[in-house]
Design a binder for this molecule. Structure first.
Ligand code: G4P
Length: 529
């Protein structure tokens, strides 16, 4: 197969949802279709059980699972599909945001009864900002839920999407009869004994035919005809280009648990979802078909075995081919690095590969060279952008609880921050270290990992900070900026990249400061250039 064919047959995407909408179940069903797993239950849920915040065994178990399920690759219809796992737990939202920089499209799963939920709103907003093509899957149709049209309205309003239903449910919950697939113009019947039978699809080319009534009954047939007419009247026709530009989102209905509507989703996905897309670097736009390899690190995972302190850096290949044992330039530190055992991921296994193509993810063993956002190339000095840090929600001082182990503590903190577990700020005034996180759970993870992986002990001290804002003065020498530095001295810190950050103790302070210093910009993400 030629290089171009290899690119054309790749689809790299993520499934996003609010916890419990059915992301794990859908992933598993997709893998079953791809023959990558043989039975349901093989994909372990990567979610932190409710109330398990202090259970460290649970955290460790989760870390194990999340390595295994970070990338799930399989083949379907000659197409190589890479699913990138995105943690649903809100304390790990930053992980998900970073993973979204490595996907070429997403599937959004929504629970038919719960409708659009908070996490879905946040994640979809990120995808919308990046014009990532999205397909919506409305799940759990075997249960009573909201009316299909109301739900489509809700998706448009709350998520700011422009939807095109490509399937239409026939009944719901107890009366759920099946799904009419507008894309393939057929009906997938849902009946007692065919619940597990994925082949049970009936071609219905004429909705006015008697055959439809025989299949679903007169009332349901009438309702379906009306609804299809309504859909065709209200919604625009599906336009693949508009979908690829992120301007229009097809919607499918189904039940992941019952394997219903999943094949239809997958069949449409492989036809319309984008192949690896070009990516913007700070210097230029890079096309996947370029001969020379480039890629970037979007996730780092520490080894769980304390005897092997190496880490696995997940690299998305943007252009060219990545080859084993070939030297590549690590642009940030200017070093050439060779990788003797790059891992590729197949369903829940990983194995060493000699060559990988754009769209693929390789896992590289790393002894501390990488941090999130790093670029690798064949020699060109380019830097991929787009992995910002957001202002944390929680802030605490971190103190060394074992003076003999301060070296270990600082090394540990340094490496955990490179992995993206949390953010470190150093106060300008006295050099004290502050850890900022998205969720409270991370403090326990950090404390536990510092102790078990680095032999260091820490304690935390509360600190009243509302938001961290990256500070950008119009001019460094003007009087206004000098005054700001003087007056706010106690609230200024540097992040790990040595960028200046203002730690505002309340929403009010932040507003007042913004008003008082109009020539200074205050940003809630680190990527404002
Ligand atoms: P998540 O990864 O998005 O968090 O969700 P997950 O797939 O784990 O699904 C959450 C719950 O919803 C699970 O039940 C799962 O079985 C159920 N579910 C998923 N799809 C459907 C569907 O189409 N219909 C119905 N009725 N339920 C569905 P659970 O009781 O929390 O877990 P489990 O004990 O069944 O694993």
């Amino acid at each position: 197969m030629s290089f171009l064919q290899e690119i054309e047959r790749r689809r790299t995407f993520g499934i996003i949802s609010h916890p419990d909408a059915g992301k794990t179940t859908l992933t598993e069903k997709l893998l079953l279709f791809g023959g990558a797993i043989q039975e349901a239950g093989a994909v372990k849920s990567n979610k932190i059980k409710k109330g398990a915040t202090s259970d460290f065994m649970e955290i460790e178990r989760q870390r194990g699972i999340s390595v295994a399920t970070s990338v799930l690759a399989f083949e379907y219809d000659g197409i190589k599909i890479n699913i990138l796992d995105t943690p649903g737990h809100k304390d790990f939202a930053e992980d998900t945001f970073r993973t979204l920089t490595a996907v070429d499209s997403v599937i959004v799963v929504i629970d038919v009864a719960k409708g659009v939920e908070e996490q879905t709103e946040k994640l979809v907003e990120v995808c919308r900002m990046r014009n990532i093509p999205m397909i919506v899957f409305i799940n759990k149709l075997d249960r009573e839920g909201k009316d299909a049209f109301d739900l489509l309205d809700e998706v448009e309003q709350k998520l700011g999407l422009k939807v095109v239903p490509l399937s239409c449910p026939i009944g719901m919950g107890y009366d759920f009869k099946g799904i009419y697939n507008l894309w393939e113009q057929n009906i997938n019947l849902f009946s007692g004994d065919s619940r597990k039978n994925i082949e049970d699809t009936i071609k219905v080319s004429d909705l006015d035919s008697k055959e439809l009534e025989n299949l679903v009954g007169l009332t349901a047939a009438k309702q379906l005809r009306e609804e299809i007419e309504l859909i065709q009247g209200i919604y625009p026709a599906f336009d693949k280009n508009a979908y690829l530009q992120g301007e229009l989102q097809p919607v499918f209905f189904g039940s992941a648990l019952n394997n219903f509507g999943v094949r239809e989703l997958l069949d449409c996905f492989v036809q319309i979802a984008p192949q690896p897309r070009p990516k913007q670097s700070e210097e230029r736009l890079v096309l996947p078909k370029e001969e020379k390899f480039t890629g970037f690190v979007f996730k780092i995972h520490a080894n769980m075995d304390p005897n092997h302190r190496d880490r696995l850096a997940f690299v998305k290949i943007v252009s060219g081919t990545f080859e084993r044992n070939k030297p590549y330039l690590h642009v940030r530190n200017g070093k050439k690095l060779k990788f003797s055992s790059p891992n590729a991921f197949f369903a829940e296994k990983k194995q060493i590969v000699d060559i990988s193509f754009p769209g693929d993810i390789v896992g590289l063993h790393d002894t501390g060279n990488f941090k999130i956002g790093d670029t690798l190339t064949e020699g060109e000095h380019i830097n991929y952008k787009g992995i910002p840090s957001f202002s944390p929600e929680h802030f605490r001082y971190i103190n060394n609880a074992d003076p003999l182990k301060s070296k270990q503590l600082y090394k540990g903190i340094d490496q955990l921050m490179d992995e993206g577990v949390a953010q470190l700020f150093t106060l300008e005034l006295n050099g004290r270290k502050i850890i900022g996180t998205v969720g409270a759970l991370q403090y326990e993870v950090i404390q536990y990992r510092l102790e078990h992986e680095y032999g260091a002990k820490c304690t935390y001290e509360n600190l009243n900070v509302h938001k961290a804002c990256w500070v950008e003065p119009q001019e460094k020498n003007n009087e206004e900026f000098k005054e700001f530095l003087r007056v706010k001295q106690r609230f200024l810190a540097k992040d790990k990249q040595d960028q200046l950050v203002f730690l505002a103790d309340s929403h009010f302070t932040l507003q007042m400061t913004v008003q008082k210093y109009p020539s200074i910009s205050f940003h809630l993400t680190s990527e404002y250039h």
